[in-house]
Write a protein that binds this ligand. Sequence first.
Ligand code: FPP
Length: 249
Amino acid sequence: MADFTPMGKPVLPTHVGIIMDGNGRWAKAQGSVRLEGHQKGAEVARDVVKWAKDLGIRQLSLYAFSTENWDRPKLEVRGLMSLLAMMLPRSLPDMQQNDIRFRVLGDIAPLPGSARRAVEKACAETATNTGLDLILCLNYGGQQEILAAVKHAARWAMQQPDYDQALDSLNPELFRAMMWRHDVAPLDLMIRTGGEKRISNFHLWDAAYAELYFTDVLWPAFCKQDLQAALLEYAGRERRFGRTSEQVL
Ligand code: FPP
């Protein structure tokens, strides 16, 4: 297995986020329908969770359904929701065996009942697992997340003795504590498959200092070596967070 700790320095990202793009193109290349691509993509997602856990990653967030994905053809949206309702209960034994805690980022209220119930059950049944946090981003949008935190902050400020002073006291740390992701580690590495070089409303707040990694591999063809390649590239990056190279050495 590849070594991600050169010179004894731990360089594994704590939190990896993946934009799983390319399901449709993969299906088309196989002469299949888009849903076949999503189905294969969901199987790959299950494998990636296991690989990430084995490699020692603590948090993995997967962009399964964005706030904008509702605009896809109705049949595809329905298919994705059915896939979720079907795959999650089937993945539960694997999650238990691998000590995976299943969590969600996004507003699941508008999901069809069967998908929502499957999500809630997986969250509840794996709540005490500690091996890896799998954070499925469902009906998730980075702008929506920030907007929800802005509303939260405004309400919070209204409840303080001095509104202006409360607003002025807001800083990035305090604001982040009001976001949906408040108890998730900052994103270290964002991977996007499928060749496009966009963030697509994923983890906008935490994209500030995340390392970005783009690969042409279509998500259903993503394999363990592809994950290792991303981690190796991450290990070679110098994260300066605005400081100079000399300061971080
Ligand atoms: C983007 O590929 C992929 C998605 C919008 C859905 C990702 C979903 C999965 C990997 C399955 C697991 C998720 C659930 C909900 C069970 P695309 O369709 O945009 O691909 P294209 O760019 O090739 O058309």
